[in-house]
Each structure stands twice: as structure tokens, then as C-alpha cells.
Design a protein around this ligand. Structure first.
Ligand code: GP9
Length: 413
């Protein structure tokens, strides 16, 4: 009952979006979501050797809604956690991956919801379909089709399989061939996977003192992905899709590089303890709307869990009796971004828990004022307790298949 009440409270926040002007402004538009492998915010706007690492995405900021304070919320399930958070608006588990452990349970995920509204729903990823148990989970999520390794020509071999440039190009071809309108498509990139070593012809940047380091390789990979996104945008324009499609782009998780000397070299400044936590968690989030409408930077602290509610907001699909944990990023409603380790931020404070899990031993930072500064942990206690409740509600729901139970209770199967 406590968990059901938790969702009832969250719905009050979610419902605010339904009376806001943006609600339903993009009803019936196509949706293309790009989940980019290990793509982090610190490369956006950053240069190396006098060249921008991400010139295409930097340009896209001016044409999109851009969230510089968007956080990934993943745990051990890495890419699969990002997919679950953004598609199904629930937290990942403290151990393992929901995709592997609970692929048969009931969730309210974007593809199934959009299919019930007349959309075609496909997911695209040029790797073995069984990795992360995707075949089973995508079936449960009600996708019409999962385009995986066997559906792509490996005409640009990079890293684990196909380079993102060809991957995007073939994905657009697949969408064209299906000819379904409107469509919802999730495309999951792979070229910037750890350890980020691209063929030398794809290494275009001069990385100077980072040459030969994992950070040097990472920025080369980010630059390659950025160029692939630039070509995807041209492809979408050529196919007449750019102006009737909502395009979202976000990073799935961090790059697993924790050598802070390398970051100091790249960013040219000392990295504080708080910076370290934020750098690891911040991934970029872009929403491009037809006609470049509503372009601007929104500083609000938001997270992956808010992605599907944001999409529902734009498409005008009410929350009704759905079980989401996120709230639209575009709504005036406020809530914290909760991390799997019990940390959180609401944009005003930022909490980093201690490894012992005791709230009073964690570190609380105030983000208000010129420079972020450590403050008394008391300022974070209420938020940290609420974060624990959120994580607990999510774990209970997933591990006990509560959504299906709630539906039975409500008489809705
Ligand atoms: C593989 C890809 C990588 O299909 O999604 O997943 P990751 O190792 O980053 O979790």
C-alpha cells in the first residue's frame, strides 16, 4: 500500500504538465531517440588542440532544448539501466540489470504506450540481440521490431561492430522502408564504447599531451560520434523527417575513466571532490523539436528517469493510471534527481553519500551562490531520506512485479 501511495503522490506532480501550454503541442509527431554510448557532458563546448570536440552538438544547442544539468542514474546494468530508466521511468536495481533479472515483469514503457496510440515502435542497435537480454526485454516492452546485428551491413567496422555513422544511415533506411507514420524509434550507439580506440583514420583531433592516453582516445571517439550525429541530422533533413520528428539525444552512462589528472589536463582546471561526482554523473540531453521551436538552455536538474514523462508531455498523453517515477523535464513541477547510491540533487543542494550509507556521514554541498560549497549535512537530510524512499519504492515494485498486482487490484488487466 505504501508503494501504491508513493505512485499516487508522484502522479500529483506528473499531472501538473497536463495543464501547461506545451502539453500535446507535438501530438502525432514521429519520435527518434538516440542513446549514445558513454557520452558525457564534459566534452560539450570543450576544445582540444584548438578544435571543438563536439562541433555538431554545440551547434544543435542553439536549435534545441538543452539540459546541461541532466544526470544519468544508472548502476551495474550500465547501458541496459539507461534504457530501462529512460524508456520505463523506473530506477535500476542496486545489483544486476532489470533487463536480465526481471524481463518478464510488467512495466509502463514508452514503446508499448505509444503503440496503443497508433505509433509503430522499433529499436535499433548493431550488436548481438541477446546482449543484456534485449531480445526478451524488448519483446516485453512491446516493440514491433528489434533491428540488431543481423539486420546491419558491417560496411564500417569499428570497435565492437558497426561504426555509428553507417549505423545511423542504415537506421534511417530501415525507418524509411517500414514507412510507418508516426513512428517511435530508439537507436543505441556503440562506437564510443570503452576502451574508445578508433581506427587511426577516424582519429581526427590533435590531442597533444593526452595522446596515447585513454582520455585522448575518449575525446577522439566523442568527436567521431558527434560527426555521425551531424550526418544523421543531414540524412533526416534529406528524407524530410527533421521537421516532423521529435529528436532526443542523451548519453547513457559515464566512461569509467577516473584518473582525475587526465580531466585536469583536458579541462585546464583543478577538479574538486564535488566536480568529480558531477562529472561522472552528467550526460548531455537534447530535445530537438520541429522548426527549432522552444530552443534554449534549461538549467533545471533532471535525470534519465524523467525522459518518458517528458515525451508524454510533448505528445499530450496523460499520465492516467500509469506507473512512472519521473516527471516531465519541461514541466514547472519540481523534484529531485535521485542516484542509485542514495545521492541526489534538487539543483539547490547536492548530496554525496558515504560508503557506509549513513546519511549523517555523507557530504552536502550548496549549489546556490557563485561557487558550490560544502555545507552542513542537515541541509540534505530530508532530501536524502526522500531519495531512500524513492529507491525503495522502485526496488519493491520491480522485485515483486507490483505494477501487475496494482492493475489486478484496480480491475485493469
Ligand atoms: C552492447 C552495449 C554496451 O550491446 O549496449 O553495453 P555496456 O557495456 O556499455 O553496458
Amino acid at each position: 500500500l505504501e508503494t501504491k501511495n508513493w505512485f499516487a503522490d508522484r502522479r500529483q506532480l506528473q499531472k501538473q504538465a497536463e495543464s501547461e501550454p506545451l502539453f500535446g503541442q507535438y501530438a502525432g509527431k514521429n519520435v527518434l531517440i538516440i542513446q549514445a554510448e558513454a557520452f558525457q557532458t564534459f566534452v560539450i563546448g570543450q576544445s582540444i588542440g584548438g578544435e571543438e570536440i563536439t562541433p555538431n552538438l554545440n551547434r544543435l544547442i542553439g536549435q534545441s532544448i538543452y539540459f546541461p544539468n541532466f544526470y544519468h542514474q544508472t548502476a551495474q546494468g550500465r547501458t541496459s539501466d539507461a534504457d530501462f530508466l529512460t524508456s520505463c521511468s523506473m530506477h535500476p536495481l542496486p545489483t544486476g540489470s532489470v533487463f536480465i533479472r526481471f524481463a518478464g515483469n510488467e512495466f509502463d514503457c514508452a514503446p508499448g504506450i505509444l503503440k496503443s496510440k497508433g505509433y509503430g515502435a522499433t529499436v535499433h542497435h548493431a550488436y548481438d540481440g541477446s546482449f543484456w537480454n534485449r531480445n526478451n526485454m524488448y519483446h516485453n516492452m512491446n516493440y514491433d521490431q528489434f533491428y540488431n546485428l543481423k539486420d546491419y551491413r558491417i560496411d564500417e567496422p569499428i570497435g565492437w561492430s558497426l561504426g555509428d555513422e553507417s549505423f545511423f544511415h542504415q537506421t534511417v533506411e530501415q525507418l524509411k522502408e517500414r514507412g510507418q507514420s508516426p513512428f517511435y524509434a530508439l537507436s543505441i550507439t556503440l562506437s564510443s564504447h570503452h576502451p574508445f580506440k578508433l581506427p587511426s583514420v577516424n582519429q581526427e583531433l590533435k590531442t597533444g599531451e593526452l595522446d596515447g592516453t585513454i582520455m585522448g582516445d575518449y575525446v577522439q571517439a566523442a568527436h567521431y560520434v558527434d560527426a555521425a550525429v551531424g550526418k544523421l541530422v543531414s540524412d533526416l533533413q534529406d528524407e524530410g523527417l527533421w521537421d516532423n520528428t521529435i529528436v532526443m539525444f542523451y548519453g547513457d552512462h559515464d566512461n569509467s575513466v577516473y584518473d582525475w589528472n587526465l580531466y585536469e589536463k583536458l579541462l585546464g582546471k583543478p577538479i574538486s571532490e564535488l566536480d568529480k561526482d558531477r562529472i561522472v554523473r552528467q550526460v548531455p540531453f537534447f530535445i530537438h523539436l520541429p522548426g527549432d521551436e522552444h530552443a534554449g538552455v534549461i538549467e533545471k536538474a533532471v535525470g534519465q528517469i524523467d525522459t518518458t514523462p517528458t515525451l508524454m508531455h510533448l505528445l499530450g498523453i496523460p499520465t492516467d493510471d500509469r506507473y512512472f517515477m519521473g516527471v516531465s523535464m519541461l514541466s514547472q513541477a519540481q523534484k529531485s534527481v535521485v542516484f542509485r547510491n542514495g545521492g541526489f540533487t534538487d539543483g539547490r543542494v547536492y548530496f554525496v553519500p558515504n560508503a557506509d550509507g549513513l546519511i549523517e556521514n555523507g557530504k552536502c554541498y550548496s549549489l546556490e551562490g557563485e561557487e558550490a560549497a560544502e555545507t552542513d549535512v542537515a541541509a540534505c537530510v530530508e532530501g536524502a531520506e526522500a531519495a531512500k524512499k524513492d529507491l525503495n519504492a522502485s526496488d519493491l515494485t520491480i522485485e515483486n512485479d507490483l505494477i501487475s498486482l496494482f492493475r489486478e487490484e484496480d480491475g485493469k488487466f
